[in-house]
Design a protein around this ligand. Structure first.
Ligand code: MSP
Length: 660
């Protein structure tokens, strides 16, 4: 198998026309509406955000393959103190700031080939309108009242927390201590709905899954949950949606944000079509708002409950949560550039068990690519194309009669759509992929066992060779359909290399055999997934990343022009009478002579300097250093170890010349 340097993938190809010719459906079709959390705009996208978004992209692509009517929503959460603070730190107005970061999220998703149907931003009027309507409805029903509240508040999580939630005195999921706050706010009567939610969760155990997160919410419901403060004084938090009945208060970000899942549909009159099918995907960090606040908000507003809240674990980096301060934040575009979109997506889906934390590592991606994608899938394609070229002039032969060994492989593949469908329904994505790869490995074994190279030697066995080659092509076709949601680009490329065009392409057809017409001309290309050179990767990773440079605030050319730099010739250099580290230089600058004290005696002997042309900061205020007046400063570079080198000219120019 060929080895290629990592890093060889350009931007995503545009999605092609679907090659859809539908086969008979073998399963029930329906509507499917999936959502990611709307991400806070106070940070750039990292692999955690990319995971949920990729996952929802995969599940909606899978449901499209099933023939379902799908809708995929993502977006950005743009109100609140945290965002206003981030805007301030970036020196932008909140609106400018949220526009910029929302654009960055969209651009990242575009680059990663994410095919969302709608991108909702909470600062959009269409969203705010629905938030006001929901608030008014809940207020009119008497479920919102005015009151005072004191407690521990975590700005990072944008909510009041209980003592029990603190981690050694720090806010959950952050290293910040909480603030003690008292506020007069509007409250949502959540406690009133506690028995209802408890019963609902008991009656519908599937509502929050996997079970551990349902249990987490049930545990919260065993004790009073209190009422939820759903407003903030506008004086303190101006960046939010004003309450429809009281302009002095803005809506609490979580009350505002959760409604996005509904407002995105309502603004397009799509709620009837999709709301009954809504599937939320989130990580474990936001179970409380989604498992507690959101169902109660929906109930109070008279909107039906979601179908499922699907909760996944965290990607950890070096066994720790990603954080800016730990410097372990992993950016999805860096990985996409290095390993390609599809391989990155495959890794994300294959190496996390839904519901549990997973450990991210680059060597993990590389090993996964080599094992599954290059050795198993890529190899099967390569061998098949190679044999077709060698023995059948690059055309797919008709199958003819199958023998039991061929039928065994066929059966392994045609049973897969059902298996994959079941794993997807149960959120076992890694098992779905493993099932397909197991079949692919069987196909590789099948080639070894049927030994087509032996069959090719015997003209009497030409039919047998046809059957084997055809079986390999069918296996690849089926695998490419089942892998399509996860590796859409490469699955397409695989079919292209096989020359498959007008062939049914949906989940049902992955369960059928003999669909590739005899005579189909193959079009072999480069390896589907080049192997990653693990040794080179390990070597590159062992070299410490250079520290980023710390830059000073930007200046304009005018600011720079304030500094007068001139060429000087050193006429005399002698040790400073009162300081070992200093030299006293007498320098000529055209018609002037100056005395300059310079801290370079550990790096230059006086004799090294006499006659040299150096650069002087000529308009620095004079200063007296240990009793000697210094009229300027010599420019020198310094490395991390403190080694110095004075700046000189590489061409002889007269002293007094200006440096610009
Ligand atoms: N704005 C709220 C969500 C409002 S939804 C109505 C929010 N935003 S967030 O930017 O903090 O995103 C949290 C989500 O990002 C997680 O629930 C998860 O989807 C994703 N992830 C963030 N870090 C993650 C990991 N380390 N691993 C996996 N997913 C992670 O909370």
């Amino acid at each position: 198998m060929e080895t290629a340097e990592i890093g060889a993938e350009g931007p995503q190809e545009p999605e092609p026309q679907v090659e859809a010719v539908e086969a008979e459906a073998t399963h029930e079709r329906g509507a499917y509406y999936a959502t990611t959390p709307i991400f806070y705009v106070n940070a750039a996208p990292h692999i955690g955000h990319a995971y949920t978004t990729t996952l929802v992209d995969v599940v909606t692509r899978f449901h499209r393959l099933r023939g379902d009517d799908t809708f995929f929503l993502t977006g950005t959460d743009e109100h609140g103190e945290k965002v206003a603070k981030a805007a301030d730190q970036a020196g932008k107005t909140p609106q400018q700031y949220v526009d910029d970061v929302a654009a960055q999220f969209r651009a990242t998703w575009d680059r990663l080939g994410i095919q969302y149907d709608e991108f909702i931003r909470t600062t959009e009027e269409r969203h705010q309108k629905v938030v006001r309507e929901v608030l008014q409805r809940v207020y009119d029903n008497g479920d919102i009242f005015y009151g005072e509240y004191s407690g521990l508040y975590c700005v990072g999580a944008e909510r009041f927390v209980t003592e029990k939630e603190l981690n050694e005195g720090k806010c959950p999921d952050s290293d910040e201590p909480p603030e003690y706050r008292t506020e007069a706010n509007y409250f949502f009567r959540m406690e009133k709905y506690r028995p209802w939610l408890r019963e609902t969760l008991e009656e519908h155990p599937e509502l929050i899954r996997p079970e551990r997160y349902r249990n987490e919410v049930l545990a919260m419901l065993r004790e009073p949950i209190g009422d939820l403060s759903i407003s903030r004084p506008r004086k303190r938090v101006p960046w939010g949606i004003p309450l429809p009945w009281d302009d002095d208060h803005v809506t609490y970000v979580w009350f505002d944000a959760l409604i996005n899942y509904y407002s995105a549909l309502a603004s397009k009159d799509l709620e009837e079509r999709y709301w009954p099918h809504v599937e939320h995907f989130i990580a474990k960090d936001i179970v409380k708002p989604h498992g507690l606040f959101w169902p109660i908000m929906l109930k109070a507003a008279g909107i039906p409950l979601y179908r499922h809240l699907n909760v996944h674990g965290y990607w950890l980096v070096n066994e720790r949560k990603m954080s800016k301060s730990l410097g372990n934040v992993v950016r999805p575009l860096d990985l996409q550039r290095k390993y390609g979109n599809d391989a990155f997506r495959y890794y994300l889906l294959r190496d996390m068990t839904f519901g549990l934390d997973a450990s991210f590592s680059e060597s993990g991606i590389a090993e996964r690519i080599n094992a599954d994608l290059a050795n198993d899938l890529g190899n099967l394609l390569n061998r098949t194309l190679g044999m077709l070229a060698r023995y059948r002039d690059g055309a797919v032969p008709a199958a003819g009669a199958l023998e039991p060994i061929d039928e065994a492989l066929r059966d392994a593949f045609i049973g897969l759509p059902e298996v994959v469908d079941r794993h997807f329904a149960e959120l076992q994505f890694e098992r779905a992929l493993e099932a397909v790869m197991e079949a692919v490995r069987k196909a590789n074994k099948y080639i070894s066992e049927t030994a087509p190279w032996e069959l090719a030697k015997d003209p009497d066995r030409a039919d047998r060779l046809d059957a084997v080659l055809n079986t390999c092509v069918e296996a690849l076709r089926c695998a490419s359909i089942l892998l399509e949601p996860v590796i859409p680009g490469k699955a397409r490329e695989l079919r292209k290399q096989l020359g498959i065009r007008r062939v049914p392409f949906d989940l049902s057809s992955a369960g059928q055999w003999n669909l590739v017409p005899a005579g189909t001309k193959t079009a072999p290309g480069g390896p589907l997934f080049p192997r990653i050179d693990l040794e080179a990767l390990e070597k590159a990773m062992a070299e410490p990343e250079p520290e980023p440079l710390e830059h000073k605030a930007e200046i304009g050319i005018h600011d720079f022009g304030q500094t007068e730099l001139r060429v000087v010739t050193v006429e005399k250099a002698e040790p400073h009478p009162n300081a070992d580290k200093l030299l006293v230089l007498t320098v000529r600058m055209g018609p002037e002579t100056r005395t300059v004290v310079s801290g370079i005696s550990e790096h230059y002997a006086p004799t090294d300097l006499v006659g040299k042309k150096l650069i002087l900061v000529a308009n620095l205020q004079p200063i007296t250093l240990r009793g000697v007046r210094s009229e300027g400063m010599i420019l020198a570079a310094e490395d991390d170890d403190g080694k110095l080198s004075v700046a000189t000219l590489d061409r002889d120019l007269p002293d007094g010349s200006e440096v610009r």
